[in-house]
Structure formats: structure tokens, C-alpha cells
Design a protein around this ligand. Structure first.
Ligand code: ADP
Ligand code: MG
Length: 626
């Protein structure tokens, strides 16, 4: 709730609307206790007094009635009627929409055709017809406005429900034996309530206007009862001689409708889960940086050095230490594997390199990332932008979500090229086709005209690789690029990456959770656990002779062909939550060799080319230290 209010007021206009509407509603609520003239007290001697007359702050109307009093009582009535109409239309319309959308078939057809019939009449004509049939009066005007608005809700909610009714979680509910009523109430309704609230908050202003319109025509509230519409209607004849009688209710209608609409827009944005989880918080173009000190630049800079990098997520009062001092070096043409369980901080490390971690909540709190000696952490956005995709390119896990669904893959490739090289569209397109050939896509010139959904998963990942190669980068960061693929396609993609690396000398930072993949592709490997590197060395050394108990257990989880029967030992327990890391070694709670010393103080990452962060290492490292 607090987060909702905060989001809402971040939108200044919505905040303004909320304040104005709040004042009006409070005034309307306390009207009976305010020291006002009775709203219907006629004093013909005081006709058309100007605003500011003592005793009549806003003047009087053609019967000498106090305008301020009538205005407040009228506002009270108009708000109540508009709100009631919105609630009725919302509830009835949503019920129709949910039932039609959920049951589908004939139910859907019959109810929605009925709704269509209502919709076929011009709006105001239908309202007039209903009032004509029921007779004039505020209650009947309310019914008319509600009925006229039902189709809007029914149509909207039906559309949403149809989308939800085919989702797996509804099937799961059905399989678990829930009845229709229960599914509708506990599974469907919670998902459409935000939409109902939003539709209501954005239409309530309309409904107040419509009620006022009917009253204006003399079909709503009956004299002497005041509502905003009837006040306007009565003032019509004196529009020129006593304009204040129309201006006073007119301005009030304007204020109410405007503030409701501004607030409604704000509510809509703040309730939308997609907007709420990011778009409204406006992520910065590059990750925020708050470093206390900057590590020294070494005398001989390498290609890419990640130096004691610390990236955290600051969510409210909580601090998630996703990356806690990672040091890695990538040499030209080398493939470095970064391996670890899900949640160990691999992706955040990779995204930090180019300042791609979403901020807020991401903050780089320490360390440096040097590309050929130049620090990228805290570099100007223009510089990062010119490097992204040009010097350093990314391949992500799921190519379907990284490719734009509405553009042809060739155009997307060409765009990636044109971002960095002004070579003209035709030349870029030609290069795009060439790239598709490079990644072994058969019939590349035809495939360039395909949309992402027309390609298979392996093809799409090839397109993503082609895109990464588009500007001939020095470094490719591949974040689990084969996890979404099946084994044969995975093998093809790995072979392709390996070949490209050997042909073009691209350095690859290859992120995975699979030691089998590391063994095929990487020269060196770094093992990550709870945001830190726990072991590092050449792939052979680490695979054949793991030193950290965690690495050993991880490797033991990989099945091998022809090895005979063997118990696959899963690592007991779970990785620690990064907002509450234990003291000492983060793996100690799951480690069978842990001693008291493991649970206190800082355990350093020791060694030269072969590094281990453990005081009880295994294998040859243990013999070396013993
Ligand atoms: P992986 O190794 O699977 O790629 P990530 O790098 O994606 O793991 O995540 C590392 C840690 O950062 C996880 O423990 C995750 O909970 C945390 N994290 C990631 N994004 C956020 C976020 N927006 N807010 C809070 N914590 C986050
Ligand atoms: Mg990841």
C-alpha cells in the first residue's frame, strides 16, 4: 500500500488530482455540518446577488438561493450519484464480462451479443430512452447512466478474462478439483480486479458528467433539489446577465472531472504490475555508482579486468550483496567460464561490466571494470553507449525475449550495425545477411526476412550470436546462451561459438551452471558462490582436481557416460540469501568439512593462476599447502 501511494505521488499530476479531489470530497462530506444557508431557502428580494456579497460568498441565483450552499449540496449529490453509477456499472459489467470470458462458447455469444445491442445505440440517446421509460428523477438517471456504461466494462473485462481463462494456472485449479464458482472467485477475479478498478477510476468522471447532462436537461434531479447539472440548467437563462450562476457549478464540474481523470491515470499506471516493477521507477540509462575508493590501475592493462567489483541492490532498507568483490581477467581470444548455481551473482557480474544492471535498485558500490585500462564504472553514459554492442557484446539466455517480436531479424541486425557505423541501410542489410551466413543459418537472405517467432529456438540463438558479432566486438559476454536449448542444438551453438572465437580472436566470458559445457569450451574457469569467486584456474586443473569443496560437489553432480553406477550426490541445503550472508565462508553451512575457523572472519582468495578461497582445500592444492 505504501509503495502504491509512493508511486502514485511520483506522478505529480496524479498527486495534484488526488489533493483537489480530496478537498472536494471532504467538503462534500462535511456539508451538513457547515454553517450554510439552507440550499432551498428562497428569498426573492436577494435575486442574482454578486459573489462576495456579505452573507453570500458566491452570490445567489434567480430565486435568491445561496449559491455556495447549493454548490456544496449539489456537489455532494453529483459525486454520490456518479460514484454509485460507476460501482453499479463496474460490478454488473465485470460480472457479465468474467462469466462470458470464462465460459466462452454459447454463454459468451449470447451475453456479448446482448451487450453489443446496448452498444449499438448512441450513448446519450440510450440514456434518454431509459429515463423516458422510467420517468424523470435522480434515481432513474443513475440507473440510466449505469446501464449505458455496462457494455464498456463487460467488453473490457471479457477480453482480459479470455486471456486468463486459458492460462495454465486455471487448468491447474481445475485439475485440483475446484468448482467453477471457486475458480472464478479465487483465480480469475483477483487477476481482473486491478483492471476493474482502473476502468472505474478513469470512467467515474464521465459518469458524473453524464448524470449532470441528464439533470441539465431536466431529466435528473427535480427542483428544488440541487445537483451540479440542474444548477447549470437553471442558470442557462441568466447566462449573460448573471454569469456567476453558471460559472460556479461549471468550474466545480471542471475541477471534479479533471481531478478524477488525473488521479485515474495515476492509479492506472501505479496498479499495472508491469509498470510498477520498473517502468514507473524510470531506471537510469546506466547503473548507479557509489564507490568509496577506486582500485589502482595496474602498470600493464589487459583486455578486460574486473577488479574487486561489488554490486548491490538497495531495496528499501535491505541491501542485497549480489556481487561481493569479484576479480576476473579476460585475455584477448580467451574463453573464460563463470560457473555457479542460480542466484550466485553471475548475471549481475556480467551486466555490471557495461553498466546494464537496472538502477534503482542496483548500485555498484566498489571496484572497477577496466577495458584496455579505461575504467567503465562511472564512465559517462555516451561512452558506455558507444561501447555497448561495439566493443563488448552480449548474448542472453532467452533469444525470444531479446529479439523484438515485431521486426524482421534482418532489420534488427541491420539496426545493430547502423547504431555504430553509418554505412547506409543497403550495406547494413547486406552485412546482416553475411552475418547470418557466418552463424550457419541456411538460406540466409530469405531468413533475414523472417520474424523471430518464425524461427526455431536454435536459429533464434544463432541470430542473437550474429547480432553480438555484428560490430566485430573484442569481447562477447554470453549469459547462459544455451540453457534454453536442447542438447543437440546446444552442442551446435557451442561449436559455433568456439569456431568464431578461433577464427576471429574474440574473447568470451561464458556464463553457465553446467560443468559439461565449461569442459567443452572454456580455457579457464572461475567458480562463483554467493557473489564471490571461490575457485579459479584452467579448466583441466579445476575439473580434474577441484580444490574447493563446493566445486568438488558441483562436479560430482555432473553425470558421465560409461562411468557405471554411481550415486549422484546433490548438495544439501540452499545457497544463502544475499541480503543476509553468514560470517566467514558462505558455503560453510552446507560443507561437511567446515570447522569453527570457517565461520569467522574473512577468508581470502589465495594463489596465483590457481586460486582457492578455502582453509581446508582438497586435492593437490591441499598437498601443496600442507
Ligand atoms: P545468476 O547467478 O543466476 O545469474 P543473478 O546474478 O541473476 O544470479 O542474481 C544474483 C543475486 O542478486 C540473486 O541472489 C538475486 O536474488 C539478487 N538480485 C538480482 N536482481 C535483484 C533485484 N532487482 N533486487 C534484489 N535482488 C536482486
Ligand atoms: Mg543469470
Amino acid at each position: 500500500m505504501g509503495a502504491f501511494v509512493k508511486l502514485l505521488f511520483r506522478n505529480r499530476l496524479a498527486g495534484f488530482g488526488a489533493v483537489v479531489l480530496g478537498v472536494i470530497v471532504v467538503l462534500a462530506l462535511i456539508t451538513p455540518w457547515l454553517p450554510l444557508h439552507p440550499p432551498n431557502e428562497t428569498v426573492t428580494a436577494n435575486r442574482f446577488l454578486r459573489p462576495g456579497t456579505p452573507g453570500h460568498l458566491l452570490g445567489t441565483d434567480h430565486l435568491g438561493r445561496d449559491l455556495l450552499s447549493r454548490l456544496l449540496w449539489g456537489t455532494r449529490l453529483s459525486l454520490a450519484v456518479g460514484f454509485a453509477a460507476a460501482v453499479i456499472a463496474g460490478v454488473v459489467g465485470a460480472a457479465i464480462g468474467i462469466i462470458a470470458g470464462y465460459f466462452g462458447g454459447r454463454t459468451d455469444n449470447v451475453t456479448m451479443r446482448g451487450v453489443d445491442m446496448l452498444m449499438a445505440f448512441p450513448y446519450i440517446l440510450l440514456a434518454l430512452a431509459i429515463v423516458a421509460a422510467l420517468g424523470p428523477g435522480l434515481m432513474n438517471a443513475l440507473i440510466a447512466v449505469a446501464v449505458v456504461n455496462i457494455p464498456f466494462f463487460a467488453r473490457n473485462i471479457r477480453g482480459i478474462t479470455v486471456g486468463i481463462a486459458n492460462k495454465e494456472f486455471i487448468d491447474a485449479a481445475r485439475l485440483s478439483g475446484m468448482g467453477h464458482t471457486r475458480i472464478l472467485l479465487t483465480e480469475v477475479l483477483p487477476n481482473v480486479i486491478p483492471v476493474i478498478v482502473i476502468a472505474m477510476s478513469t470512467t467515474i468522471g464521465w459518469m458524473i458528467l453524464e448524470t449532470a447532462g441528464l439533470s441539465f436537461l431536466g431529466l435528473g434531479s427535480q427542483p428544488p433539489q440541487a445537483d451540479l447539472g440542474s444548477m447549470l440548467g437553471e442558470a442557462r437563462s441568466a447566462m449573460i446577465t448573471a454569469p456567476h450562476t453558471s460559472i460556479v457549478p461549471g468550474v466545480m464540474i471542471l475541477l471534479i472531472v479533471m481531478s478524477i481523470n488525473l488521479l485515474g491515470d495515476g492509479v492506472r499506471d501505479a496498479l499495472d504490475p508491469r509498470l510498477r516493477s520498473g517502468a514507473l521507477t524510470r531506471p537510469l540509462p546506466a547503473t548507479q555508482v557509489a564507490r568509496k575508493s577506486v582500485p589502482e590501475v595496474p602498470a600493464r592493462p589487459g583486455l578486460l579486468e574486473i577488479d574487486a567489483l561489488e554490486t548491490q541492490f538497495h531495496v528499501g532498507k535491505r541491501v542485497y550483496r549480489a556481487v561481493g568483490g569479484v576479480t576476473l581477467e579476460l585475455k584477448p581470444g580467451e574463453c573464460l567460464g563463470l560457473i555457479g548455481e542460480s542466484g550466485s551473482g553471475k548475471s549481475v557480474t556480467a551486466l555490471s561490466v557495461m553498466g546494464l544492471v537496472a538502477s534503482p535498485p542496483g548500485v555498484i558500490t566498489g571496484g572497477a571494470v577496466r577495458l584496455e585500462g579505461q575504467d567503465l564504472v562511472g564512465a559517462r553514459y555516451e561512452r558506455l553507449r558507444s561501447l555497448r554492442g561495439d566493443k563488448v557484446a552480449y548474448i542472453f539466455q532467452d533469444p525470444l525475449s531479446t529479439l523484438h517480436p515485431l521486426y524482421r531479424v534482418g532489420d534488427q541486425l541491420a539496426e545493430a550495425i547502423l547504431c555504430h557505423h553509418g554505412i547506409g541501410r543497403a550495406a547494413a542489410m547486406e552485412r546482416a545477411v553475411k552475418l547470418l551466413e557466418d552463424v550457419r543459418i541456411p538460406n540466409a537472405s530469405a531468413r533475414a526476412r523472417a520474424f523471430p517467432h518464425e524461427l526455431s529456438g536454435g536459429m533464434r540463438q544463432r541470430v542473437a550470436i550474429a547480432m553480438a558479432l555484428a560490430n566485430e566486438p573484442d569481447i562477447i559476454i554470453a549469459d547462459e546462451p544455451t540453457t534454453a536449448l536442447d542438447v543437440t542444438v546446444q552442442a551446435q551453438v557451442l561449436a559455433l561459438l568456439d569456431e568464431l572465437r578461433r577464427e576471429r580472436g574474440v574473447a568470451i566470458l561464458f556464463i553457465t551452471h553446467d560443468f559439461g559445457v565449461v569442459g567443452q569450451l572454456c580455457d579457464r574457469v572461475a567458480v562463483m558462490y554467493a557473489g564471490r569467486i571461490v575457485e579459479q584456474g584452467t579448466t583441466r586443473e579445476v575439473l580434474d582436481d577441484p580444490a574447493h569443496p563446493y566445486t568438488r560437489r558441483l562436479i560430482a553432480c555432473v553425470p558421465e557416460l560409461g562411468e557405471g553406477r554411481r550415486v549422484m550426490a546433490a548438495i544439501p541445503g540452499l545457497p544463502p540469501a544475499v541480503d543476509n550472508l553468514p560470517d566467514g565462508c558462505a558455503f560453510a553451512p552446507r560443507c561437511d568439512k567446515a570447522t569453527e575457523a570457517c565461520r569467522t572472519g574473512e577468508i581470502a582468495l589465495e594463489g596465483g593462476a590457481r586460486k582457492v578461497r578455502c582453509i581446508h582445500p582438497e586435492g593437490s592444492v591441499r598437498e601443496a599447502t600442507a
